[in-house]
Write a protein that binds this ligand. Structure first.
Ligand code: AMP
Ligand code: MG
Length: 470
């Protein structure tokens, strides 16, 4: 028996050509390993026994009201246009409207092949599934827009990557799975009717006040600027900011080779496939602008007055760097206890980051230590830090509640790469305790609850790279 889910689908009602109807492929021996009860409540999913949940989130039983489909999209991967991608190992089961009135997609990821699988097997293994579960829920707890994790199921089947690994399915929840690449596919094919339908759909679903394609572009740019600044503020490196992984809703999507940095380094890259360092930490704002330029190019196809539209689109995209700077100042000002930082504060923030880079200071712990006035411990060159701190404290005399501001800007715990690897290694041997422990601690990232998980990795513990192998 499948679970009772109050589906209310809209995407399935869009024209043929937006997707392929596709059921998940049943798996041999499913077992439920994680279920997010709080999120289920938000989605209005109540009741259901373990067996119903297991069968549903494994894709073995399709609930009444579901309309399973694989979405079509395209995208620039590492700067090169790929004319057809699409859900190659995911199916959108349908949408629900939550108790907060927000419409969200429920998607199974790792649910078997689809017409868009190309050479892939349509599957996922336990490691990336648990990584996405932990990191997306951590992002949510950090109040950063993100897709979420509703459930994880082991399939009882092997998945073959560098070796055989246990297969798994993640149930992902998103405000939608519309990507820049969803617009690109119709724009590049010259399917303008579909492009118009998609634009109307995106406006209605995400930006109901937007008056047309250029207004949609403006709204997405604003959402992306906010998102990227938020990533930077917690040291998050997405790792694969391809246009097909860039959400129109402004949520973080696709946790593949992502990682949080330990020691601060502007050029930090974790992904083993990002050989040109395109998606390095400090490149992320520029890449977001590049991605918005691709969205602009697609949306321009709808313009009747091309010349005027090109001018407008150019102005919107050109405004993005200053939006990013404003959002960056807001976030980093707060990290220093400044509620409403001004451009005059920029240099002070940069100075601190430069010192951290030089000394290899731990990013999270240094900012967290500012909360307790112990940050000098994070530096080798303490004289320089202390000199900086004098002017910082001087600046804080103008602030009403710097401690309170820092308390919600500087997490004490982030999902450190070595803890994620450790959790995955344990899960592969059947031990889910580290997964649960990590997940629990990350639910309250601004409070010290599990000090061992806060610790920066020792030299021996550092996990320097993430491998796609998803
Ligand atoms: P990603 O880099 O994870 O965003 O994936 C890029 C594209 O490859 C998307 O269209 C995915 O659906 C597809 N893909 C990734 N892994 C697989 C897989 N194991 N089987 C089929 N398609 C996949
Ligand atoms: Mg993707």
């Amino acid at each position: 028996m499948p679970l009772n889910i109050p589906f209310d689908n809209t995407y399935a009602g869009l024209p043929e050509g937006f997707f392929s109807s596709q059921n998940p492929t049943p798996v041999k021996a499913p077992s439920l390993i994680a279920f997010n009860k709080d999120l289920a409540n938000l989605l209005g999913i109540n009741g259901g026994d373990i067996d119903e949940m297991t069968q549903t989130f494994a894709g073995n039983a399709v609930p009444t009201g579901a309309a399973p489909l694989a979405q079509l999209y395209a995208g620039h991967q590492f700067g090169n246009y790929n004319p057809q991608l699409g859900d190659g190992r995911a199916v959108l089961m349908g949408e629900v409207v939550g108790t907060d009135g927000v419409r969200r997609d429920i998607q199974l990821k790792g649910s078997g092949p689809t017409p868009y699988s190309r050479n892939g097997d349509g599957r996922a293994w336990l490691g990336p599934v648990l990584r996405e579960y932990v990191v997306s829920e951590a992002m949510h707890a950090l109040a950063i827009p993100t897709t979420r994790a509703l459930a994880a199921v082991q399939t009882g089947e092997p998945v073959f990557r560098e070796a055989a690994f246990p297969g798994a399915v993640l149930t992902r929840v998103a405000r939608s799975h519309l990507r820049v690449g969803t617009f690109q596919v119709f724009a590049h094919r010259g399917q303008l009717e579909n492009l118009q339908t998609l634009t109307d759909y995106a406006i209605q679903r995400h930006y109901p006040d937007a008056t047309g394609p250029m207004d949609l572009l403006r709204a997405v740019c604003a959402a992306q600027a906010k998102l990227i600044a938020a990533w930077m503020s917690v040291g998050f490196i997405h790792g694969v900011m391809n246009t097909d992984n860039c959400s129109i809703s402004g949520e973080t999507i696709d946790y593949g080779p992502c990682a949080f940095m330990d020691a601060y380094a502007e050029r930090r890259v974790f992904s083993s496939i990002d050989r040109g360092s395109r998606y390095a930490f400090a490149n992320q704002p520029d890449i977001a602008v590049w991605n918005m330029a691709q969205l602009a190019t697609s949306l321009l196809q709808l313009a009747t007055n091309k010349e005027a539209a090109v001018e407008e689109a150019t102005a919107i995209v050109h405004a993005m760097p200053s939006q990013l700077e404003a959002e960056w100042l807001k976030r980093f000002g707060a990290k220093l206890g400044i509620a409403d930082a001004s451009p005059a504060d920029h240099a002070m923030i940069e100075d601190l980051l430069r010192m951290m880079e030089k000394d290899g200071s731990d990013y999270t712990n240094t900012f967290a230590a500012l909360r307790t006035d112990t940050a000098h411990d994070q530096f080798i060159d303490r004289d320089s830090f202390n000199a900086w701190a004098v002017s910082w404290r001087e600046r804080l005399t103008q602030e009403k509640e710097p401690t309170a501001t820092m308390a919600t800007a500087n997490p004490v715990i982030i999902p450190r790469n070595h803890r994620i690897e450790e959790m995955i290694q344990a899960a592969v041997t059947g031990d889910l305790a580290p997964f649960k422990r990590l997940n629990t601690a990350l639910a309250t990232p601004f409070e010290t609850t599990d000090s061992n998980l806060h610790r920066a990795p020792s030299t021996a513990e550092i996990v320097p790279a993430t491998f796609c192998g998803t």
